[in-house]
Design a protein around this ligand. Structure first.
Ligand code: GDP
Length: 356
């Protein structure tokens, strides 16, 4: 702080010398906090596997500030040549099935073998409540402390599409930061499973052994998406039931048509809590990668996913541009009122709005 400024401040506030020094250092800290390193420095730190830089860049992706988003786009572009290097695994299952226990066990299995693991989440509830399934830091306690692991809670956003886009971009940054495996967790709510499926190489459904009728209550679509079904909590009294469930799932899966990947979905059992079956699951995933790399399904699927995301992003952007137009906001309110008063039909109202 300049000398004159300090004395002016002293006069004004009657502050002591030490107080002034403190004010100066607080201002220093504040300005350091505010000043974001330039994008070039961030990219080079990300490529040097600097986690703080990675987190900062993800925060830019998640920001609503237009300037931040511009920066984020530049960073993503520069990271892109270094991306596409990881194995992307999606994990889904109802709350309580053991997703975080499983991810912790799989994550530790990998990090102890020298792999670097990033865990991201897509949490549809966070778009409403601003909460997140990974927000609670007590989950994955060991993995959180592991220097080879990076855990990032679900971004919150106004729509699942928005959150998904941010996660897709975060995957690119994590890959540029040298993560070998990226795990994306989701709960089976609404479209979230389809969303995660559209951004991963391998999709794993976690289940519990039920009361016999295993397929009851499972959405058909999810079985079709799953590359494997793992029955968790196969321990203690539950082991026998888990084994029976495995037989039943296997039988049920035979009824589904063969996948274009030539991969026959597998059913496995595990106990995430007791670290049993985790190694086999990882071997299975590697086997899948090997088979689909050889028959070129792996690369074809990633290409399809990229095309899908192009269309998805355009749709999202058009939608948000449309609804954010001032004219539309006013006209929409009027049309909604007219609908309430039975003075127009939804189709006529839509037609009117779209022509504005
Ligand atoms: P999530 O909601 O799907 O993430 O489930 P959690 O990982 O939080 O697990 C829910 C509860 O199930 C916790 O009390 C876990 O300790 C327990 N749990 C998870 N995996 C196993 C397992 O393999 N065996 C047993 N017996 N309990 C488990």
């Amino acid at each position: 702080m300049a000398k004159e400024k300090k004395s002016a401040l002293k006069e004004k506030q009657g502050a002591s010398k030490s107080e002034i020094t403190n004010i100066a250092s607080i201002n220093d800290i504040k300005s350091k906090r505010k000043s974001q390193p330039n994008t070039k420095a961030l990219v080079s730190s990300i490529l040097n596997r600097d986690i703080t830089a990675l987190s900062r860049a993800i925060t830019l992706i998640e920001s609503k500030n237009v300037k931040h988003l511009e920066k984020a786009n530049t960073i993503i572009k520069q990271c892109l040549p270094h991306a596409n290097t990881s194995i992307r695994v999606g994990i889904t299952g109802v709350p309580g099935v053991g997703k975080s226990t499983f991810i912790e066990a799989l994550g530790k299995h990998l990090t102890t073998r020298g792999k670097r693991v990033a865990v991201l989440a897509i949490d549809p509830s966070s778009t409403l409540t601003k909460g997140s399934i990974l927000g609670d830091k007590t989950r994955m306690e060991d993995l959180v402390k592991d220097k080879n692991a990076f855990i990032r809670p679900s971004a919150s956003g106004d729509s699942l599409g928005g959150v998904a886009r941010k996660t897709r971009e975060t995957i690119i940054l994590c890959e540029a930061a040298g993560f070998d495996v990226i795990i994306i967790e989701t709960v089976g709510v609404g479209q979230s499973e389809t969303t995660v499926h559209s951004m991963v190489d391998f999709f794993l459904l976690l289940k519990l052994a039920g009361a016999g009728d295993e397929l009851q209550g499972i959405k058909r679509g999810i079985i079709e998406m799953a590359d494997a079904i793992t029955i968790n909590k196969a321990d203690g009294d539950n082991l026998k039931r888990a084994k029976l469930a495995k037989v039943e799932f296997n039988r049920a899966l035979l009824l589904y048509p063969e996948k274009s990947s030539n991969w026959q979905p597998k059913v496995t059992i595990c106990s995430a809590l007791h670290n049993k079956g985790i190694e086999d699951i990882w071997s299975m995933i590697l086997n899948y990668i090997e088979i689909t790399t050889k028959n070129e399904f792996f690369i074809a699927k990633r290409n399809e996913q990229n095309k899908f995301w192009l269309i998805q992003t355009v749709e999202e952007q058009l939608k948000s541009d449309f609804f954010n137009r001032k004219k539309i906001k006013t006209a929409l309110a009027e049309q909604l009122q007219l609908i309430e008063n039975n003075k127009t039909t939804p189709f006529a109202a839509a037609d009117y709005l779209l022509k504005l």
